[in-house]
Design a protein around this ligand. Structure first.
Ligand code: ITT
Length: 214
């Protein structure tokens, strides 16, 4: 059984809405390393989660990228949510009239076995979350070989563009109330509606397609 390792109930709801009974959630707080890419954080987490669970795992690292703030808070989104808070991040972006933003999500899979090379590598700009004007909802996969570990990890990325607005909606989690896509905030959407357009939905989609063939 595939385990989705996270401490975030909101992510679990979305993964369950997408993957159904094929995945079970494990509440385990793996080490989130300090790094400037979601890929590195997710890859490190997947290896640690695999060691903890002892079977196939996915972990998911996500962040909000404000275009006018050079991608801030990006990989530091959890820290910024805990310190500044979502509403103040929203107020800052609106006060500076820097509303263009994107969410990015990287899902990392590890089952202890090696993989064939991916045909569609993540390019460097995408890794850094700087191509906010790129395809509407870009997705990519890559293999990760972080020095210091020989456990292979497969990465699946998804992103979605949007704009920062005054908080609206009761659903979702994290920055969802201030992130509007096509006129609706993510907090105004059901999990299914959010998955249909979101960074996580895109990453889960490319992962599920690949995993079905594994
Ligand atoms: P795990 O690492 O245990 O999975 P987490 O909540 O720490 O849970 P992340 O590090 O990936 O997860 O989250 C980074 C931040 O981005 C955190 O503040 C989340 O609330 C926020 N976030 C992640 N995905 C989001 C989404 O789909 N919508 C809104 N906010 C999101």
């Amino acid at each position: 059984m595939l385990r989705y390792v996270t401490t975030n109930d909101g992510k679990v709801r979305e993964a369950e809405a997408y993957l159904g009974d094929d995945v079970a959630a494990v509440d385990y707080d793996y080490t989130e390393i300090q790094a400037d890419s979601l890929e590195s954080v997710a890859a490190h987490g997947a290896r640690e989660a695999y060691e903890h669970v002892g079977g196939p795992v996915i972990v998911d690292d996500a962040g909000l990228y404000l275009e006018g703030f050079d991608g801030f808070p990006g990989p530091y989104s959890a820290y910024v949510e805990d310190t500044l808070g979502v509403e103040r991040v929203g107020r800052l972006a609106r006060a500076e009239d820097e509303r263009r933003a994107a969410f990015r999500c990287v899902i990392a899979y590890c089952d202890g076995d090696p993989f064939e090379a991916s045909p569609e590598p993540v390019d460097l700009d995408d890794r850094r979350g700087r191509d906010l004007d790129a395809d509407d909802r870009a997705t990519a996969t890559t293999d990760d070989t972080v020095a210091g570990s020989d456990l292979p990890v497969k990465l699946f990325a998804g992103s979605v563009p949007g704009r920062i607005v005054e908080p609206r909606g009761e659903g979702g989690f994290g920055y969802d109330p201030i992130f509007e896509h096509a006129g609706t905030t993510f907090a105004e959407m059901s999990s299914e509606e959010k998955n249909a357009v979101s960074h996580r939905g895109r990453a889960l989609g490319t992962f599920a397609e690949w995993f079905a063939g594994r």
